[in-house]
Design a protein around this ligand. Structure first.
Ligand code: UD1
Ligand code: UDP
Length: 369
């Protein structure tokens, strides 16, 4: 293959959102993108819906790898991505975020001396027990081009000795996506009416982190805490498959009055629900930021967050789910609050910047940089 070809590896829901905006920008630069879906997320409402709504092309390669232990999953992806790289021989490999698909892509490329570009570089929780923390540290240290979303992320990379010349602070591509799709969500999504919700009169909750789902006491605290809130204000919980499985395995019922469990939502419905929520309670990285993009207060159901600027700006507060009271009190305390305004995640042109820098490094014709 040769000049101007990038292999992009995606596999999990948040990566489809990020790739949606960057892929579109790459088309404009003349770079050829070969899209690889590892298969990590595979249900139609965890994968296909995002390709459809965000206009992502059908993947050129689908590796069909899902489930299994971290080791098995990552190893099978590594093998699959290596095969694609040997066939395509791209100039660069592009990965997003911190999932097992991210690490497998980066490792496969590094071993074949294909330079790696990492979008959302420099995020740190400083908790090495999180699988995502291991994935992001290793990916950053394998990458030649690191796209940091924030000043904090850039600082982490500098402190870890990554040469400044490799790091580009471009803003957050998720902000670009939220800006781009909010209006469409407003026009096209009927989710509020479908669920019988009034704008500003419900809480939107998501839970999927292993540190919550795989610890029965924490999962119980979240379910019971949200159940208490639901007695006062409807709570909508689009349930991630990991969480559905954990609730079943732990014999935990989610049936409190006002607490509404729904299937995972498509991006447009999710954006619509985020925009009109009174509050968001979540352990998701992406959803924390989206709450801020839409000026909605957020309670993060974790012990720490990578997106510390949201805490400092007053839009987000941590609520480690130690017991039901802690969760319910945090939500009640945050309702109606607002943080400071500002532009923490760039100006909505992160994806264009990523595409132009990549095009320049690929030597593709038509690059405007
Ligand atoms: C993964 C990422 C996490 C990210 C999240 C986004 C890792 C280590 N974790 O976690 O960082 O925040 O995606 O949502 O990469 N499942 C289904 N259907 C699906 C997808 C998953 O049934 O469409 C099941 C899997 O078979 C598995 C479980 O859900 O049993 C967890 O999926 P997995 O991809 O391993 O991890 P996530 O919890 O989704
Ligand atoms: N999301 C969605 N439907 C849902 C839950 C999340 O479209 O039911 C979107 C959300 O708006 C955000 C992304 O998925 O853009 C975040 O993914 P997730 O929470 O799974 O992962 P994380 O960001 O924590 O890695």
């Amino acid at each position: 293959m040769g000049t101007g070809t990038i292999v992009t590896v995606v596999g999990a829901r948040p990566q489809f959102v990020k790739a949606g905006v960057v892929s579109r920008a790459l088309v404009e630069t003349g770079v050829r993108e070969v899209l690889v879906h590892t298969g990590q997320h595979f249900d139609a409402n965890m994968s296909d819906v995002f390709f459809h709504e965000l206009g992502l092309p059908v993947p050129d390669h689908h590796l069909g790898v899902s489930g299994g232990s971290h080791g098995v999953q990552t190893a099978r992806m590594l093998e699959g991505v290596e095969r694609v790289l040997q066939e395509v021989r791209p100039d660069w490999l592009l990965v997003y975020g911190d999932t097992n698909s991210t690490l497998a892509g980066a490792l496969a490329a590094a071993k074949l001396h294909v330079p790696v570009a990492h979008v959302e570089a420099g995020l740190r929780s400083f908790n090495r027990r999180m699988p995502e923390e291991v994935n992001r540290v290793l990916t950053d240290h394998t990458s030649e081009l690191l796209f940091a979303p924030t000043e904090v992320a850039e600082g982490h990379l500098a402190r870890e000795g990554i040469p400044a010349g490799r790091v580009h602070r471009v803003g957050d591509v998720m902000y670009d996506a939220a800006l781009h799709f909010a209006e469409r969500a407003e026009r096209e999504s009927t989710v509020l009416g479908d669920l019988g919700l009034e704008p500003g009169r419900y809480v939107l909750a998501t839970v999927h982190r292993a540190e919550n789902t795989d610890h029965p006491a924490r999962l119980r605290a979240i379910v019971e805490g949200l159940s208490r809130v639901a007695a006062e204000l409807p709570v909508i919980l689009p349930l991630h498959p990991r969480t559905r499985g954990a609730l079943r395995d732990q014999g935990l019922a989610v049936d409190a009055p006002g607490l509404r469990v729904v299937e995972p939502l498509g991006y447009l419905d999710m954006v619509r629900l985020e925009r009109d929520a009174a509050l968001v309670a979540t352990d998701s990285g992406g959803v924390q930021k989206e709450a801020y993009f839409f000026g909605v207060p957020c309670v993060t159901l974790r012990d720490e967050t990578e997106w510390v600027e949201l805490l400092e700006a007053g839009w987000n507060r941590l609520a480690p789910p130690t017991d039901a009271g802690a969760v319910a009190d945090a939500v009640r305390g945050a309702l109606g609050t607002r943080g400071r305004t500002g532009q923490l995640y760039g100006d909505g042109t992160a994806a264009v910047k990523v595409a132009h820098i990549l095009a320049r490094f690929c030597g593709a014709a038509g690059c405007a940089e």
